[in-house]
Write a protein that binds this ligand. Structure first.
Ligand SMILES: [Zn+2]
Length: 196
């Protein structure tokens, strides 16, 4: 019984249209490579390896360009498992800009224990004002208690008893001419509003 000849499936490279085993002698082997990896990965086993290494390099480059120190070590060999959600990744971009250095006085009315109202004054020290001195002056001017306390961010601020928010601006600019009215802000409903 004569065997029925199987139709020979001839495969040609989708890029250079040579049979894939001739691609490497063709005019543009580089361009053929992706097609070969996709369609005949067994024919050029080195290509796959090469591609994986390139991929690893890319990841390593990415990591280095985002400024992660030490990520270069071993990144190429374990690129598949490098986690880009690393907490240090892009940390600088995500961290909110610190406003510590901004030279401004921020006044906020805080109601404590329902009836007790306190006016906090932050930032006077940025204008060369001594806080203990300012606290005394404020207490005397408004005939109330005032003290220097550490705020939530460990920075010192002045707590003045009572709601003096709207009289305080004039007093500050009169007492400390170095503090411009334009640098004084109120916190109202969680928003910063210029006093001027
Ligand atoms: Zn080809």
């Amino acid at each position: 019984m004569a065997e029925k000849p199987q139709p020979v499936r001839v495969l040609y490279c989708g890029v250079c249209s040579l049979p894939p085993e001739y691609c490497e002698f063709g005019s543009d082997f580089e361009k053929c490579k992706p097609w070969l990896i996709q369609n005949v990965p067994d024919l050029y086993p080195d290509l796959l390896k090469e591609a994986n290494e390139k991929e690893a390099d890319k990841v390593a480059d990415k990591l280095q360009s985002t400024g992660i120190s030490g990520a270069g070590d071993g990144a190429a060999s374990s690129a598949g498992s490098v986690c880009l959600c690393n907490p240090y990744y892009d940390f600088d971009v995500l961290a909110p800009k610190q406003e510590e250095d901004k030279q401004e006085v921020v006044i906020e009315k805080v109601v404590r224990n329902k009836r007790k109202c306190i006016t906090t004054v932050k930032g006077l020290e940025l204008f060369g004002v001594k806080l203990s001195d300012a606290s005394k002056k404020l207490g005397k001017k408004f005939a109330t208690g005032a003290s220097v306390v550490k705020g939530p961010s460990e920075k010192e601020q002045i707590d003045v008893q009572g709601d003096i928010a709207y009289d305080i601006v004039e007093f500050i600019t009169d007492t400390w001419p170095d503090v411009p009215e334009a640098a004084i802000f109120f916190i109202e409903d969680g928003r910063k509003v210029p006093a001027a």
